[in-house]
Ligand binder design. Structure first.
Ligand SMILES: Nc1ncnc2c1ncn2[C@@H]1O[C@@H]2COP(=O)(O)O[C@H]2[C@H]1O
Length: 224
């Protein structure tokens, strides 16, 4: 059995009662993946779900020409693989460990849901939340310039994974600039220019795989 992890705010696990967490963790098997390994592959026909208990993953999809588009970064407490479980369709994206991760693989999620009907409703909420998120992103793509979109992604990372530091919020960035570009829906060059603009305004400082946000409110304003 797995010790209950501390979920990221807003993630699936945070919505469960302690009894539900115990039952869910008890119904699966704990597994570890090393950094860079593939956890689920786009197009695969498996339907197990993974409750991520530690570490962060990248969800991405590949275009026909092979370009990677990052769809999301998920952290502790996330439920992954629920889309194929619900629809029976192939995996909608590839999940890659951005750092060493641990999770509980649940093969009989349906059995768990039958015994815990309330969680099925939570699952619906989760999927609706995802729909809202993609609507928001569509509006964002139409209305924001690249700097605004990069600012939005940085605010999201800061709110979910940021740690307070001297006068700012530090985010250990698990993404390369190419991946950040794929997540932003812009070219690497455009993202680099946007980061420079935000740096020149004193809103952020960037380093190797890290960003320090000095003015989160200012960044939020730029993101709007
Ligand atoms: N836009 C997204 N945001 C967050 N998670 C996603 C997104 N798209 C796919 N996923 C997750 O990635 C998983 C890939 O396999 P599934 O399609 O079974 O279930 C998917 C979701 O758990």
């Amino acid at each position: 059995m797995t010790a209950p992890p501390s979920p990221e705010h807003g993630e699936f696990l945070a919505l469960l009662t302690p009894d539900e967490v115990t039952a869910l963790c008890g119904s699966g098997r704990k597994r570890r993946w090393e950094r860079g390994t593939t956890v689920m592959t786009e197009g695969d026909t498996s339907d197990w779900v993974l409750l991520l208990t530690s570490g962060r993953v990248k969800v991405s999809s590949h275009t026909a020409s092979g370009t990677e588009v990052v769809l999301a970064i998920r952290g502790p407490g996330a439920l992954l693989g629920e889309m194929s479980f619900i629809s029976g369709e192939p995996r909608s994206g590839t999940i890659t460990a951005l750092e060493p991760i641990e999770g509980v693989v649940v093969r009989d999620f349906s059995g768990f849901l039958q015994a815990h009907g309330r969680v099925a409703v939570l699952l619906l909420q989760l999927v609706v939340g995802r729909l809202r998120d993609s609507d928001r992103k569509r509006v964002e793509y139409g209305a924001f310039d690249t700097t605004g979109r990069v600012a939005t992604r940085l605010v999201e990372l800061a709110e979910r994974f940021g740690e307070p530091t001297n006068g700012g919020v530090r985010v250990a960035l698990p993404l390369s600039q190419d991946e950040l570009a794929g997540w932003t829906g812009a070219s690497r060059e455009a993202v680099s220019k946007a980061l420079r603009t935000l740096r020149d305004r004193g809103l952020i400082e960037t380093g190797r795989r890290r960003v320090v946000i000095y003015d989160l409110e200012g960044l939020r304003k730029r993101a709007r």
